[in-house]
Design a protein around this ligand. Structure first.
Ligand code: FDA
Ligand code: NAD
Length: 426
């Protein structure tokens, strides 16, 4: 059994939704495009899963957060795909890809052929088993990557009201889930190996602001150690987390956020890889000219830094997807992807944005006792990254614009004195 399309998007996450929207904007014909996704629902804004989805009241539920509402654009419900003649092949895992024949084979035995393939397979959550700790199947150990994970997390959280939650990992998932658990009235302890939270991005000074804020909400930080094992009861539920430093934390539930791995396995040996993902050029085109890669799985040239990077953030998924579609449909009019990395998070009443690259020396500014502060990263005499907590729309736009310009910085003390004013007046 087989079906043929001109354009096939493999994966049904954020990048897939934005790619479909761009195809329609540029005039795809009925029946030319399909999305093949393991998930059971049409593409949605994944960031909602660790925020609105976990609220105790008025929680976000589909269809409210289908793509592309996260970019304040139209909401692509299953009806939208139907109206535009886009085939949504859901609940279907692709188990192999034959790039010479330009075909995908699904787990249900169907062959799907394409003229152009957009790989948007995203990433999977790393599992504790990969670090030698058992507990994956326990009813009260939760990961968070897709809707099924989020539903399990909500159910477990509701069944543990007032109990103890242990969060493993001090990155994005750890921080956002810890905040949600507190809002749901659980007692939260966070465990991670680094000296401070969000070690991939935050400076110790920025991290200490968030840690103090979390502590004021009752969160306990256990830093510089990792878990070694779980204790289980006779039902197979985790009852405690044993740490490498010898301590034991009681646990009614556990949330694990220890990083991700891009879903590249279908293409190993068929496409050139880089930075753990599929290497693409400035048009998001892989080493096979019919195959494009976008979102978390793509390693692309970040022009502003003259380096290939793989980014794991929603803005990059949205924009790289749109760029790939432009490059496929209007190759002569589409230049190189010129992307300024953008990360953000929202927890409790806090909200920060970061643009650029976090390398070099950092100049902090603003009021770390209040709720508006930030930092500039200076590398080789130029401002290359900007962070701001509690900014307005105009202020965030100003730091983005400043970072894009990479201004030369001669005097760090003067920059510190000017603080946010530097970006606002540049
Ligand atoms: P994404 O993971 O969205 O989609 C991949 C799709 O491919 C899935 O539908 C999957 O089922 C499918 N797939 C994979 N292999 C397949 C196969 N073999 N066959 C069929 N289908 C297959 N970022 C940010 O900037 N700000 C934020 O606040 C957040 N918040 C956030 C919360 C949570 C809970 C998560 C998990 C992630 C975030 N992120 C984020 C990160 C952001 O969501 C992420 O960068 C994008 O979802 C990446 O989009 P992709 O489309 O590349 O992958
Ligand atoms: P992460 O890379 O942000 O953080 C992983 C954390 O786990 C780090 O603190 C790390 O030290 C810790 N860790 C690693 N191995 C460990 C181990 N064996 N034991 C204990 N701790 C360990 O990854 P994440 O938080 O899992 O997030 C997953 C993905 O979701 C990322 O791609 C992230 O960008 C994305 N995400 C982004 C946002 C956002 O941008 N606001 C929000 C949620 C998720």
């Amino acid at each position: 059994m087989g079906r043929a399309f001109v354009y096939v998007i493999l994966g049904g996450g954020v990048a897939a939704g934005y790619a479909a929207h761009e195809f329609v904007k540029r005039g795809v014909s009925q029946g030319e495009l399909c999305i093949v996704s393991e998930e059971l629902v049409a593409p949605y804004e994944r960031p909602a899963l660790s925020k609105g989805y976990l609220l105790p009241e008025a929680a976000a539920r589909l269809p409210s957060f289908h793509c592309c509402v996260g970019a304040n654009e139209e909401k692509l419900t299953p009806k939208w795909y139907k109206e535009h003649g886009i085939e949504l092949i859901l609940g279907t895992r692709v188990k192999s890809a034959d790039l010479k024949r330009k075909t995908l084979l699904t787990a249900t035995g169907e062959t799907i052929s394409y003229k152009f393939l957009i790989v948007a397979t995203g990433a999977r959550a790393l599992k504790l088993e990969e670090f030698g700790v058992n507990g994956l199947d326990a009813d009260n150990v939760c990961y968070l990557r897709d809707l099924a994970d989020a539903n399990k997390l909500v159910d477990v959280m509701k069944s543990c009201g007032g109990g103890n939650a242990v969060v493993i990992g001090g990155g994005y998932i750890g921080m956002e889930c810890a905040a949600s658990l507190v809002i749901n009235k659980l007692n939260v302890a966070m465990v991670f190996p680094e000296a401070h939270c969000m070690a991939r991005l935050f400076t110790p000074k920025i991290a200490s602001y968030y840690e103090e804020f979390y502590e004021s909400k009752g969160v306990k930080f256990i830093k510089g150690t990792m878990l070694s094992s779980f204790d289980f009861n006779s039902d197979g539920k985790v009852t405690a987390v044993n740490l490498k430093d010898g301590n034991k934390l009681p646990a009614d539930m556990v949330v694990v956020g220890i990083g991700i791995r891009p879903n590249t396995s279908l293409f190993e040996g068929q496409l050139t890889m880089d930075k753990g993902g599929i290497k693409v050029n400035g048009k998001m085109q892989s080493s096979n000219s019919s195959v494009y890669a976008v979102g978390d799985v793509a390693a692309f040239p970040v022009k502003i830094f003259g380096e290939t990077r793989r980014l794991e953030h929603v803005d990059s998924a949205r924009k790289s997807a749109r760029h790939a579609v432009a490059a496929i449909m209007e190759p002569d009019k589409t230049g190189e992807f010129n992307y300024l990395p953008f990360f953000y998070s929202r927890v409790f009443t806090l909200s920060w944005q970061f643009y650029g690259d976090n390398v070099g020396d950092v100049v902090h500014f603003g009021d770390f006792m209040g709720n508006s502060f930030g930092g500039y990263w200076i590398n080789k005499g130029h401002l290359v990254g900007s962070f701001l907590e509690g900014g307005t729309k105009e202020q965030y736009e100003a730091i983005a614009q400043t970072t894009r310009l990479k201004p030369a910085i001669q005097d760090s003390a003067e920059l510190e004195k000017q603080g946010l004013g530097f970006a606002l007046t540049l």
